[in-house]
Design a protein around this ligand. Structure first.
Ligand code: FAD
Length: 428
């Protein structure tokens, strides 16, 4: 029976169309072969564009050919793309490695960002702006009683799929090289210092030697742990999210809506972010240790209870978790820097992490460039990044974390929490 080499499969389904026995099934991102039905005719193998189907498991090959660069950036989200761009602009040889086959997809985001933070990194382009936000509305639902507060918010709802790609294109324009569908599997550590990564592109494993590794590998980050950093997320610091893009709803296309309520979304909140005139990202996040049911169940109930949302139809479903803690440990090691969600830098009150990820990417790239110029990539010099983060935006995140810890799920409808939340949403 043929084997599927998952690292190479691009889930196109082409092989399914060729199988005379109906033995293949594309289950979204998994190709399944029915052992009973398969006649081993091999037609699927000839119809696979990437060589993901083979007659038998090939022994894992290791390419002794090594790559080298000044900085290897792991992850092509906002943190990694921005780090790669600023490092390349500083004249460094940068390799950005992304395990997915497409930058920016699948999206795991409600796509809201504040104007001032966005403008620091990119001039808005029509291709990745879905809506311009001019105001917000916060509703609290406490023991069945609903109250609504009007708020000021100027920002954008992005098309992350296009936006993330635009950020990576900026890095490429600055001179960075990108590898797709290549996963980093471990770190090269020499005498306690990180000196590169081991990668696999589904065909072979190979090493990339680098003087600095920037770990921008998102909420599912493993790089810190591989370097001995205890970055395991506590359930109370994790917002479990589900979101539909709903079409066919009537809404103010310039308003972001927020809903707070202990039963509605314990420890988190629900949101409705407009994407044009009759579509919106409608989602919610529930604190992992407080949820009594999967986030998707809470979301379905939230939509059902709001007639203006229930009239819409879903065109996509996304799920994902947001780290809403702060790093209680160093985010820099000799030769290694953690940025973005990997460094738990999203806002503890709102879960907003795009702007913080870009800022951290920029600060990390600047510190790395300086350290490389001095010929010293130890924690001491790279630590300049961590100092600047903690003294600047990080201080605000620590304040938001204290507020998150201070208000219990039940207190989140209080006027003082709503005030703090309103301020945080403006700056996300
Ligand atoms: P990511 O964007 O997650 O990028 C990490 C990348 O690393 C991924 O592409 C991943 O494939 C890659 N990677 C991981 N491991 C490896 C590996 N071993 N090898 C190679 N590549 C690897 N933030 C906002 O500001 N506004 C919002 O409205 C908002 N809404 C959200 C709604 C939801 C449902 C969720 C889940 C999050 C939301 N966020 C929001 C948070 C925001 O999406 C993240 O904070 C942001 O994407 C973090 O950027 P990043 O670059 O650190 O990580």
């Amino acid at each position: 029976m043929p084997v599927v080499r998952a690292g190479l499969c691009t889930y196109c389904g082409g092989c399914v169309s060729l199988c005379p026995a109906g033995a293949l099934n594309l289950a979204e991102t998994r190709l399944l072969i029915d052992e009973v039905l398969c006649t081993e005719c091999g037609l699927c193998i000839s119809g696979c564009p990437t060589g993901a189907l083979a007659e038998r498991e090939l022994p894992g090959t290791f390419q002794s050919r090594q790559r080298s660069c000044d900085i290897v950036v792991v992850g092509g989200g906002p943190a990694g793309a921005t780090a790669a761009r600023f490092a390349a602009e500083a004249g460094l040889r940068v390799l950005l490695v992304e395990k997915r086959q497409e930058i920016g997809s699948p999206v795991r985001c409600a796509e809201g960002i504040n104007t001032e933070m966005l403008l620091r990194f990119a001039e808005p382009e029509q291709s990745w702006i879905a809506s311009r936000v001019q105001r917000s509305q916060i509703a609290t639902v406490d023991a069945g009683e609903a109250k609504t507060f009007g708020g000021q918010e100027t920002g954008y709802v992005l098309e992350r799929r296009v936006f993330d790609r635009a950020l990576v294109e900026k890095a490429i324009a600055a001179g960075a090289t990108v590898m797709l569908k290549t996963a980093i599997e471990s770190l090269i550590i020499d005498d306690g210092a990180v000196r590169g990564v081991c990668a696999s592109d589904g065909r072979a494993r190979f090493e990339v030697q680098a003087r600095v590794v920037i770990a921008a590998d998102g909420v599912e980050s493993r790089l810190g742990e591989w370097a001995g950093v205890d970055c395991l997320l506590r359930p109370s610091d994790c917002l479990v999210c589900a979101q539909y893009l709903l079409a066919g709803i009537d809404l103010d296309p310039e308003c972001c809506y927020y809903y707070l309520g202990e039963d509605l979304a314990p420890g988190g909140y629900a949101w409705v972010f407009p994407k044009g005139s009759n579509k919106a990202n409608v989602g919610l996040g529930v604190q992992a240790d407080l949820g009594q049911a999967p986030a998707l169940d809470y979301l379905l109930r939230f939509i059902e209870q709001h007639a203006w949302l229930a009239q819409g139809s879903p065109v996509s479903l996304i799920t994902g978790n947001v780290p809403v803690g702060i790093p209680h440990y160093p985010i820099v090691r000799d030769g290694l820097m953690l940025v973005g969600d990997a460094a738990r830098q999203a806002d503890p009150l709102t879960g907003g992490g795009i702007a913080n990820a870009m800022l951290a990417g920029q600060l990390a790239a600047q510190a790395a460039a300086h350290a490389l110029e001095q010929g010293d990539t130890s924690e001491t010099l790279l630590g300049e990044y961590e100092r600047r983060w903690r003294e600047g935006r990080g201080r605000q995140m620590e304040r938001h974390y204290r507020l998150k810890e201070h208000f219990s799920a039940a207190d989140r409808c209080s006027a003082s929490f709503v005030r703090a939340f309103a301020v945080a949403t403006v700056g996300k």
